[in-house]
Design a binder for this molecule. Structure first.
Ligand code: AMP
Length: 299
């Protein structure tokens, strides 16, 4: 089984208290696709501009990501820049330049339309819906989003949530969406919007799943040094979907373990700028950290 991933394929300029890195490969779909590629074949749907560096196309190819759904469009690639505070948790968006995404309409190639596992990574919710419209019979669809879309495209997002199996968001976004401070009350409210599986991410404190088999608290891998957490959420959900798409058995039987694999994949993302460390890792290192997490959480 492969995973179909749509989202932003971007250039990121990232500032931390220690360094500044312009025009790295970023975007929700790039992070999620590379993370998923450790577990399953990936089909990417996205749009880039004429300025998108060839070396980033080669990087996707090294991860065997199917690029038939990546459109090259006239104009500039989506560009995001952000700055982290000293604690590396608080982040400020400095600029979001939509570029080609402003007029982009995703086209799902024929050979992708029968995809069973679908990740609608962070991008405008209307575009996420347009991808769903083109699929024949998906088995498990998960959507991610962010505060920007909650603020400027809430109606589109609420429409989308009625059509997905799972929804992943971070704790501040859950609060913004539900007006609930308590994470468990927020989870309950989000189920009422449609999704059967809701995951709230809590950064270095892990994540919480609410699903048909109740709650699951998924730990984050303990890192001593975070270099750049950009894309950690996307790596988490990408790794989770990659793992799920190849696991035997039901979603319910596998989703907890899938989250742990996603969490570990995200830990590699945090250890380098952009995708620098994620691309250097592999299944052996991922499996090793999963074992460590298992030992750390057993009681
Ligand atoms: P995360 O750190 O998981 O929130 O993801 C950061 C990634 O999201 C970066 O690589 C950005 O390029 C991308 N991004 C930032 N803003 C947006 C947006 N409005 N829509 C979609 N992707 C975005």
């Amino acid at each position: 089984m492969s995973v179909l991933i749509v989202g932003t394929t971007a250039l990121d300029s990232i500032k931390t208290p220690k360094a500044e890195n312009p025009r790295l490969l970023g975007g929700s779909a790039s992070h999620a696709a590379v993370a998923a590629s450790f577990f399953a074949p990936v089909k990417l749907v996205g749009g880039v501009g004429e300025d998108f560096p060839k070396k980033y196309i080669e990087l996707y190819r090294r991860h065997k990501i199917d690029l038939e759904g990546l459109q090259m469009l006239p104009g500039k690639t989506f560009h995001w820049s952000g700055e982290y505070e000293i604690n590396m948790n608080n982040r400020r968006t400095l600029a979001t330049e939509l570029g080609v995404i402003e007029t982009y309409s995703p086209v799902v190639p024929k050979s992708f339309q029968s995809a069973k596992f679908v990740l609608l990574a962070n991008i405008a919710p209307a575009l996420q819906s347009r991808v769903l419209d083109q699929l024949t019979n998906p088995k498990f669809v998960v959507a991610d989003s962010m505060d920007l879309w909650l603020n400027i495209a809430l109606a589109d997002l609420l429409q989308l949530l009625k059509r997905v199996d799972g929804f992943v968001l971070n704790d501040s976004e859950a609060q913004l969406l539900t007006k609930e401070d308590n994470v468990f009350s927020a989870l309950k409210k989000i189920h009422k919007l449609g999704p059967k599986y809701v995951i709230i991410k809590k950064g270095s404190h892990g994540s919480i799943l609410s699903g048909p088999r109740g709650f699951f608290i998924c730990p984050a891998y303990p890192l001593h040094k975070v270099v750049d957490p950009t894309g950690a959420g996307d790596s988490f959900v990408g790794g989770m979907m990659g793992y799920l798409s190849t696991a035997k058995g039901s979603i319910d039987a596998n989703i907890r373990r899938a989250m742990v694999y996603g969490s570990v994949t995200a830990s590699f993302c945090c250890e380098g700028f952009g995708l620098n460390t994620t691309t250097k890792t592999g299944r052996t290192q991922i499996n090793q950290r999963v074992k460590e997490l298992e030992a750390l959480t057993k009681f």
